[in-house]
Write a protein that binds this ligand. Structure first.
Ligand code: ADP
Ligand code: MG
Length: 564
């Protein structure tokens, strides 16, 4: 058991390491932020497990992170007394990429270092970023609660293999030693390390300590020994007053909670008092992660109770249609023993969630009206998720409807930037409905024969071609007192848009064509319910129409392709 074993990385890890070293080199100091972020997560996990099992503290309840370096050995060490890892956990978390979407990630790489650096940021690299500056990394860890001889040492040069062996480790937690590359000597510098820590990790809630030598007192007394002192403020960022937090700090905190390398698009931070007392700090990311559509994904909103971490990905705190929101909710009232099961039907949680949803919608409304570029970025990344809210969140349906953006015949571009309010403002005199068409693709929507009469009359039609749009239009039947109507369904009633003379002429045509209609109807009895004269086409001779209350042809196709 104590024998040293050499194991191969999962193929993707090796590929990822190479890619990372090359693409993140220009921003290499972020490795320290990543390792400190992991140490802080490990402290959170320990504190949480210790609620039920205080013995895990092993008489060392002051959680902290220590950074030291040895200029002669050219090593930099990051040590924590957090939860630590067992042997199996080391193999699982450090030797594998347990992330879904890994294949998709590699397939999307371009070979262009700049672009790939962005992609890799989206994917999240974490621990492996150590190899940007180190050519050998030694991780020694012991899980809290296990005996001293259950320590594990993992070592790798980041080239496809790692070794793992059992060691004794007196203190619990994880110590990571970076053997710095030849040209990374500048990191062996007290001032340099402090400035990196202050820049990227000031928001970390536990102390990050470095050795400092107190000023020698006057006279010939020997210089006092160096002592560990915190470099950061060591208080939970969300609990600090807003006026004392810089945008930079908000951004760095986001990268830590969201495990993202990119800056967030926007955030909301508030202390809420009333029936429930809590603090929320919630972020809108600027890019969709690879696994947005993966139901197993984690890293959503973290729940804390009076600064104690309780759980990651507390899905009861955010409705599904806001699953892209990241951040922290810290409750002053919940019990520390709260579990997922308890959250399930809790009225307190419902109240917190309702409050947070309102805050998030408020942020989005603010972007939509004041920062159009950012809102466009948001919509592109998450519009399809937000749309689900139309059917999911009855209480906020109207607010969500105002946030929707569509492509439209107003500019025939596939960019979704037309709001329902824009549409209503442009409605023709006498128009009392909002017209839309759903189709499999933007091109199919745009070229649909159903649009001919609308184009002729200059009436705008929304062009819907996302999968979720059928669901949206099924739940959104009215906006601002105006019915939403599919131009492909039922008898088309253009209401006041048709003038009397036109109606008279149409009646005449219908009478003349009656015999033809009867013949066609007979020929197609098996295939269609009804054949009728239409005035909605100006160029095409005929088209298929879904019945008013039946499924739309698009939905019918979707169900068929799903095997229904
Ligand atoms: P992420 O933090 O996004 O999960 P990382 O690559 O940074 O990804 O870390 C991978 C995993 O390794 C972590 O989720 C955690 O389980 C484990 N880990 C890393 N560092 C530590 C540490 N200092 N203490 C305990 N576990 C750690
Ligand atoms: Mg990490």
């Amino acid at each position: 058991m104590s024998e040293k074993q050499t194991l191969g990385f999962q193929a993707e890890v090796k590929q990822l390491l190479q890619l990372m070293i090359h693409s993140l080199y220009s921003n290499k100091e972020i490795f320290l932020r990543e390792l400190v972020s992991n140490a802080s997560d490990a402290a959170d996990k320990l504190r949480f497990e210790a609620i039920a099992n205080p013995a895990l503290y092993e008489d060392d309840a002051e959680l902290k992170i220590r950074i030291t370096f040895d200029a002669d050995a050219r090593t930099l060490t990051i040590a924590d007394n957090g939860i630590g890892m067992s042997r199996d956990e080391v193999i699982e978390h450090i030797g594998t990429i347990a992330k879904s979407g890994t294949r998709a990630f590699f397939d999307s790489l371009t070979g262009d270092a700049r672009k790939d650096a962005n992609l890799i940021g989206q994917f999240g690299v974490g621990f492996y970023s150590a190899f940007i500056v180190a050519d050998r990394v030694t991780l020694t860890t012991r899980r809290a609660g296990l005996p001293a001889d259950a320590g594990v040492r993992w070592e790798s040069a980041g080239e496809g293999e790692y070794s793992i062996e059992a060691v004794d480790k007196a203190g619990r937690g994880t110590e990571i030693v970076l053997h710095l590359r030849e040209d990374e000597g500048e990191l062996l510098n007290d001032w340099r390390l402090r400035s990196i820590l202050r820049k990227y990790s000031d928001h970390i809630a536990i102390p990050i300590e470095m050795l400092s030598t107190p000023e020698a007192a006057d006279g010939d007394e020997p210089a006092p020994a160096a002592v560990f002192e915190p470099v950061n403020q060591a208080s939970a960022l969300w609990a600090r007053p807003k006026s004392e937090i810089s945008d930079e700090q908000y951004r760095e905190f986001y990268k830590h909670v969201a495990h993202d390398f990119e800056d967030p698009l926007a955030w909301t931070h508030a202390r809420v008092e009333g029936r429930q007392e809590y603090t929320e700090l919630l972020y809108i990311p600027s890019r969709a992660p690879f696994d947005l559509w993966d139901r197993e994904r984690k890293h959503g909103v973290k729940l804390y109770v009076r600064r104690v971490f309780i759980m990651d990905d507390a899905d009861k705190l955010m409705p599904l249609y806001l699953r892209f929101v990241k951040g922290v909710i810290d409750s002053a009232d919940l019990s520390l023993n709260v579990s997922r099961e308890i959250l399930q039907g809790s009225k307190d949680i419902d109240a917190i969630r309702a409050g947070c949803v309102k805050k998030v919608l408020g942020v989005l409304e603010d972007l939509a009206s004041n920062e159009a570029d950012k809102y466009a970025t948001f919509w592109q990344a998450f519009g399809n998720v937000l749309k689900e809210g139309i059917g999911e969140d009855f209480a906020n349906k109207d607010r969500i409807a105002r946030l929707l953006r569509f492509a439209s015949t107003s500019n025939d571009s596939n960019v979704q930037n037309v709001s329902l309010a824009d549409y209503v403002a442009r409605m023709k005199d006498g128009q009392d409905k909002i017209y839309y068409i759903t189709a499999d693709s933007f091109a199919a929507a745009k070229n649909s024969p159903h649009l001919e009469v609308f184009r002729k009359k200059g009436v705008e039609v929304l062009l819907l071609s996302d999968r979720v749009d059928e669901w949206v239009t099924g739940h959104l039947t009215e906006f601002d007192g105006k019915a939403l109507v599919s131009v492909a369904k039922g008898e088309l009633d253009l209401g006041q848009l048709e003038d009397e003379a036109e109606k008279e002429a149409q009646k005449q045509v219908e009478e003349t064509l009656q015999p033809l209609i009867e013949r066609v109807g007979k020929a197609l009895t098996e295939q269609v319910r009804e054949v009728r004269v239409t005035h909605r086409l100006t160029e095409s001779p005929a088209c298929l129409v879904a019945s008013e209350h039946g499924m739309s042809t698009h939905l019918e196709r979707l169900l068929k392709s799903a095997g229904q």
